[in-house]
Every structure is written in C-alpha cells, then in structure tokens.
Design a protein. Structure first.
Length: 133
C-alpha cells in the first residue's frame, strides 16, 4: 500500500471518529438536560412553551434531510394540538440556543416547566401517538 493510500485511510478514519464522537457528545448533552427546569425562553413562542402543561417542541432546519421527512407530520400534528411546537432553528436561533439544540431534528418533551426528555433524530411512534390525541 502506498503512502498516499495510507494517508487517505488515516484522514477517513479520523473523520469517521470525529463524526461518531460528535454524535455521542450531542446525545450525552441532551440526556443531561432531562429533568432540568426549562431555561428562560425568548419570544411569544417561548412564553407559550413555558405555559404548556405538557408540550412537544420540535426543532428542524430546512437543509436537514431527516427533517424533511418528519416536519410535515409534526406540522400537521401542531395544527391539531396547540402544545406541539414546530420551530425552524435557523429562523428562531435564540429559542434553539435556549434549549441548547446542537443537531436537527431534535425534539424536547416538556411537562410542568421541566424537560422530560430530549430526542435526537427519529421520534418513537408512541411519542407522536400521545400528542395526536
């Protein structure tokens, strides 16, 4: 194997390790938010989230491929349930920062002013079912 091939493998392995490390970091950070009180939330949407007894706060970005699959379903759900909030993180950066969102799609379950759980990526079907009724 030539020097170039070895260098290429090292670069690729480093990139993969970095991506895996970032994924783990984001998930650990999200897990640590569980059970914490809601941070101060800016704007009218933030006020509505803080007032929700039980709420689902979904963050997406238009450039996110996984978001393109989830967002229409969550938008439809938000029309039926006023405690489901669909937020474009690129347009509402202050709110995304308040929730410490580092990746999209991210969904935060809130209850009585506390963060119950943070989901990164695809949502469990039972979660959507709970907010559909």
């Amino acid at each position: 194997m030539g020097t170039f091939a070895i260098a290429l493998l090292v670069v690729l392995a480093s990139f993969v390790a970095l991506m895996i490390g970032l994924n783990v970091f984001v998930r650990i950070r999200a897990q640590r938010m569980q059970g914490k009180p809601l941070p101060p939330l800016p704007g009218d949407v933030g006020t509505s989230i803080a007032k929700a007894r039980t709420g689902l706060v979904y963050f997406f970005t238009p450039s996110c491929a996984a978001c393109r699959l989830l967002t229409p379903r969550l938008r439809e759900l938000s029309k039926k349930n006023r405690d489901v909030f669909v937020i474009d993180a690129s347009e509402n950066l202050d709110l995304a920062r308040a929730f410490r969102i580092m990746a999209t799609p991210s969904t935060v379950e809130v209850e009585s002013g506390r963060i119950v759980q943070v989901h990164i990526g695809v949502l469990p079907p039972d979660l959507l079912q709970r907010f559909a009724s």
